[in-house]
Design a protein around this ligand. Structure first.
Ligand SMILES: *Cc1c(COP(=O)(O)O)cnc(C)c1O
Length: 496
């Protein structure tokens, strides 16, 4: 390989280094680790100066070229243009809320949640990567979802040539709005199915199918590879770096200094993208990791011990209800460069449910990351206070970030900061309505009540949702979920 090229290595150190396109095709590394670039590319002073005035799509091209130097620039450009076309003129918006806080709105895509930022671009990049590698394989995306990822994956992969997407969700375990979004999904290469059980049942069925060698062999015989749409794939993380580069360069001009980013966190993908942007030389201030009542990350950054042996709570910010944050593994590798140590910690986590990092590393992480948490009650209070005080409406995830940050730093002394806003308030209309005035309503009723109360425009995709025909209503389980899904995959593959 020439020096211009970048390789990707596994955080566990037992898989061969691969090119970026191959890392994206593989998803997870064969040793069970996650792919990271062997070195983090850095923007020079002049590049940063020219990026300060760049559009979002120009910024995306500059970032992606650094990480995927072997791809044709024009191919990357086309992916970016097609991915962000549905977002309107500005894919992301920086909205000043008061003198201190600017909201970075990442939810102007087709499903009204920030996962669109990555999941609109990732399928297109995957197609280019396959073409680059001369691969004719079909990719079948199989994903268990507790809400936002499923819909964003369906929308992102819908009708992308060479791909199919199959989403399963726990029956009764996602919000009625999220369920309707999935059941009315359009496209010729999509499939949706409910599982009688909870999210863990759905997730473990998917894991079983990924580990089923006979199934992989059978699908491989048809030229099909199973893959996943969650943020363990480098192709899903990479697009997220872009908005930190973009927002940090814009905000440093406003404030004259790098400002902190407050990030509502679940799987640690979003906030890790901010860390990459900073390591690339961008003026990203401290990264504040906000958790809901499932505050395993807050405890980790506070004590240096990751302990998943605790109760799991269902909260009003379901996309942050996570006890094992996969992408933390990438941070540990990037900070230590020691795959043996990282593998050891991940084994301990698997076997004993916890691991502890050394003091030196803990101190280093504490310099880069702040942390805090907020309960549903605190988040709802924040939604109301922010709307009454500033006329700005937040969804429950974003509100966890806001409440946790102000709690930690106190209202009076807080300097300027950027609040990463991860979903449209309409996506969680019943909770937001409740937070505002204690009213209970569901579905379209909640949406129209919230519209009356807030005066905020309902995103088109959510406004039309209640008129769409339901296309999917199958349920499987509670017994033999994996077998039922397996049969479904095989019968589809036979039609290929
Ligand atoms: C997925 C999600 C999050 C958490 O993001 P991670 O990358 O998993 O940390 C926060 N808010 C919303 C609305 C989400 O959909």
């Amino acid at each position: 390989m020439t020096t211009n090229q970048l390789t990707y290595i596994s955080t566990r150190g037992k898989a061969p280094a691969v090119s970026g396109p191959e890392a994206i095709r593989n998803g997870i590394a064969p040793d069970g680790g996650l792919y990271v670039p062997s070195r983090i590319p850095v923007f020079g002073k002049e590049e940063l100066e020219s990026l300060a005035g760049a559009t979002y799509n120009e910024t995306a091209l500059a970032v992606l070229r650094k990480y995927l130097p072997e791809l044709q620039e024009s191919d990357i450009e086309t992916c970016i243009r097609d991915a962000y076309r549905p977002f309107g003129e500005e894919p992301v918006r920086l909205v000043p809320v008061d003198g201190r806080m600017t909201a970075l709105e990442l939810w102007h895509g087709p499903t009204s949640a920030f996962k669109d930022m990555a999941l609109q671009l990732f399928p297109r990049l995957l197609s280019v990567c396959k073409r680059f590698s001369g691969s004719a394989e079909r990719t079948w995306i199989l994903t268990a979802t507790s809400g936002d990822t499923g819909k964003a994956a369906l929308e992102g992969f819908r009708d992308v040539p060479g791909t199919s997407v199959f989403v399963i969700y726990p029956d009764g375990g996602v919000s009625p709005m999220q369920e309707l979004q999935m059941r009315t999904q359009e496209g010729g290469n999509v499939d949706v199915c409910a599982v009688r059980g909870n999210f863990d049942d759905a997730q473990s069925a998917v894991k079983k199918l990924f580990a089923d060698r006979e199934l992989s062999a059978r699908l491989a015989g048809k030229g099909i590879r199973l893959s996943s749409a969650n943020s363990i794939n480098w192709g899903r993380l990479l697009p997220q770096i872009v908005y930190y580069v973009y927002a940090s360069l814009k905000s440093v001009r406003t404030y004259g200094m790098p400002v902190p980013f407050v990030v509502p966190t679940g799987n640690f993908g979003n906030i890790l993208a901010g860390y990459f942007a900073r390591r690339m030389g961008c003026p990203v201030g401290r990264l504040f990791c906000a958790s809901n009542r499932n505050d395993v990350l807050k405890d980790f950054f506070t004590t240096g011990v990751y302990n998943r042996k605790r109760s799991f709570y269902k909260t009003a910010s379901p996309s942050m209800d996570i006890l094992v944050s996969s992408n933390l593994e990438r941070l540990l590798y990037l900070e230590t460069g020691d795959p043996e140590q990282v593998s050891g910690w991940m084994n301990e986590l698997n076997e004993n449910g916890e691991y502890a990092i050394p003091d030196g590393l803990h101190a280093r992480l504490s310099e880069s990351f702040g942390c805090g948490s907020a309960s549903d009650e605190e988040a709802f209070g924040a939604i109301r206070a922010c709307f009454e005080g500033h006329g700005y409406l937040m969804d429950p995830h974003t509100a966890v970030g806001y409440a946790a940050y102000l709690k930690e730093y106190g209202k009076a002394e807080t300097g300027p900061f950027i609040l990463v806003s991860t979903a449209s308030p309409y996506k969680f209309a019943p909770s937001v309505l409740q937070a505002l005035n204690g009213e209970n309503a569901e579905g379209s009723e909640a949406v129209s009540k919230l519209e009356k109360q807030s005066g905020l425009r309902v995103p088109d995709s959510l406004a039309s949702l209640f008129q769409k025909p339901v296309r999917f209503s199958d349920k499987v389980g509670p017994e033999n979920v994996a077998e039922a899904l397996r049969d479904r995959l095989i019968s589809r593959s036979e039609k290929c």
